[in-house]
Design a protein around this ligand. Structure first.
Ligand code: ATP
Length: 468
């Protein structure tokens, strides 16, 4: 049986040392605390712990430096890195330098104990972690302190050395492409191309040529030979977004390429060999699509090697303020003007919304506010009307001219890059007036037409057009 195990804890914050020491002792694990990395290193000359838990930021030798020295001198010693500054970079850096685990603060004590016990078991089995370190690459700008996002960061960190196929799941606008790019940037293929392709955006009959390219004369309009995305991504990563929308015949071809590592261009007879890492994403329930016969099961299993789930924004509301701060800074840079800041009540109001468009909707809202709000501080009344801010302003609606609301709406549509906005606005405008007139006349169309200033036939025709 193993001798009594010892965990060394390094943190410059005395209260954290106290909390950890107490929690470990309650779990029956012996520990010893150090206020900085240098002390621990000195002690290491004549003694050795079974596990080290170290903070990442400390005066003197910081967590990453300590980790580097420990992995060099004691490659089998598991080091758990903790950090209050939870960001993707520290997670990835920890794993790249060989950390056993990464724990963002404030931590869940049960999790700390569970991880420590795993690390102790690891030491007992004498399994050395892989020690092929890579340089840390610069910021990836994924904001996420919520536990679910920390899981995502850990997954990216753990996958940093691999070329494995990954399937990313999550609603539209949750950051799937961003995560795919981070996976690529932290992979051995980082210096090679990253090619993104959205299956939902490509017409079905062009999909195969888009993916695999075509030879000259392969079909009408194929006036020259064209490289497909697979060839462009050779050596790098191909990100297949909305994979659930891939038509069955393309699924079959994709499966073959994944199995054989080669394909034929459309109209071609010579096989083309490629080495491409696939990262796929979908907002759909692919298992469900498989069970309905809409997605090939064998392809699903090939893609579903590692799965990363991105939660809806409403499931990580605690990240909303940080995300907004980040998007305000970006919007000010891109669109000009000052960086907006939220007043506390505005922040509270925004943190409670549902955000069906997820992070993308939040980002667009920040752009909108940057252009539209007059002061630097953002009041609830400065928010776009479709966020339902009315309840939060004067309940009577007094002082809110509908033309202001309409103009807010139109600005918002244009900021989002929409076109032909009259097509959406005019029917909505007519529908609203018709509904109100009908309410006033208890549904009598003849009278409602009168109130609107139309003939009865015009009203009937309009209602039909508007499917009312
Ligand atoms: N955690 C995050 N931190 C910072 N920016 C983010 C984050 N998540 C998403 N974004 C930003 O939000 C926008 C939408 O993200 P992205 O395109 O990655 O979403 P998606 O899930 O791929 O959407 P879709 O399925 O509609 O293509 C992008 O501008 C992205 O940079």
């Amino acid at each position: 049986m193993p001798k009594s195990s010892k965990v060394w804890v390094v943190d410059d914050d005395q209260s954290i040392r106290w909390v950890l020491e107490r929690a470990l002792s309650q779990a029956g694990i012996e520990s010893e605390c150090f206020s900085n990395g240098d002390r621990l290193l000195r002690r290491l000359d004549n003694e050795q712990p079974d596990v080290v838990i170290s903070d990442i930021r400390m005066p003197g030798t910081d967590g990453l430096e300590l980790l580097e020295r420990l992995t060099a001198s004691h490659p089998r010693l598991p080091v758990i890195i903790t950090t209050a500054h939870s960001d993707l970079d520290s997670a990835v850096a920890s794993y790249q330098q060989g950390a056993f685990e990464y724990l963002p603060k404030p931590f869940d004590i049960d999790e700390v104990i569970a991880v420590t016990e795993r690390a102790l078991a690891h030491t007992r089995e004498h399994l050395a972690p892989a020690d092929d370190r890579e340089d840390l690459r610069p910021g990836t700008e994924i904001i996420g302190e919520a536990p679910a996002m920390q899981e995502v960061f850990r997954a990216i960190g753990r996958l940093a050395h691999s070329n494995i196929t990954v399937l990313i799941n999550g609603e539209s606008g949750t950051g799937k492409e961003l995560v795919a790019r981070a996976l690529h940037r932290h992979s051995p293929r980082a210096s090679q191309p990253f090619i993104a392709l959205n299956m939902a955006a490509i017409p079905r009959d062009l999909m195969e040529s888009e993916l695999f390219g075509h030879e000259k004369g392969a079909f009408t309009g194929a006036t020259a030979r064209r490289e497909g995305r697979f060839e462009q991504a050779n050596g790098g990563t191909l990100f297949l977004d909305e994979i659930g929308d891939m038509p069955p015949e393309t699924q079959t071809r994709l499966l073959r390429v994944l199995a054989d590592g080669e394909f034929y261009r459309v109209g071609g007879h010579t096989p083309v060999r490629v080495n491409v890492r696939i990262i796929a994403a979908t907002h759909q329930d692919l298992e469900e699509r498989v069970s309905q016969g809409d997605f090939r099961e064998d392809l699903f299993h090939r893609l579903n090697v590692i799965r990363i789930h991105l939660p809806r924004l409403a499931e990580r509301r605690e990240d909303i303020p940080k995300l907004m701060e980040f998007f305000f800074a970006r919007a000010a840079r891109e669109l000009g003007g000052e960086t907006k800041v939220l007043l506390p009540e505005t922040e509270r109001f925004l943190a409670e919304l549902d955000w069906p468009g997820n992070v993308r909707q939040l980002e667009n809202t920040c752009r909108w506010i940057t252009v539209m709000a007059s002061g630097r501080e953002v009041h609830v009344s400065d928010l776009p009307p479709e966020l339902g801010r009315r309840e939060a302003t004067a309940p009577t609606g007094e002082g809110t001219d509908w033309r202001d609301l309409l103009s807010h709406w139109a600005h918002n549509e244009l900021v989002q890059g929409k076109q032909h906005i009259l097509r959406a606005a005019v029917p909505a405008f007519e529908r609203t007036l018709i509904e109100v007139a009908l309410q006033h006349t208890q549904g009598r169309k003849r009278d409602a037409a009168e109130l609107l200033g139309w003939g009865r036939n015009t009203l009937t025709r309009k209602m039909k057009e508007l499917a009312m």
